[in-house]
Design a protein around this ligand. Structure first.
Ligand code: SF4
Ligand code: SF4
Length: 78
């Protein structure tokens, strides 16, 4: 398995088809794991899987999921 394929079931992912690119999730993540990738067109929002995984979820309580107005953030299903 290469580094790019590592996945954890405690992380979240953003459904880019649902995401309306409001940016609300970015400042809410205490791990600073969500960022805006402006290389894409239209820009997209991405979760850094390693940062998310290494953060104590008892502290964040998956707040990103609750804050998203269109339910575009989901816990990763393995
Ligand atoms: S689950 Fe927690 S650490 Fe991971 S992106 Fe959401 S708020 Fe950040
Ligand atoms: S809060 Fe939801 S809709 Fe807004 S940028 Fe984040 S994932 Fe996309």
């Amino acid at each position: 398995m290469n580094a790019g394929s590592i996945m954890w079931n405690d992380t979240v992912v953003i459904d880019i088809d649902k995401c309306v690119r409001c940016g609300a999730c970015v400042p809410e993540c205490p791990a600073e794991a969500i960022y805006n990738c402006s290389n894409c067109s239209p820009e997209c929002y991405i979760v850094d899987q390693e940062k998310c995984h290494n953060f104590d979820k008892s502290e964040c309580q998956y707040i990103c999921r609750d804050i998203c107005p269109v339910e575009a953030i989901h816990k990763r299903q393995l």
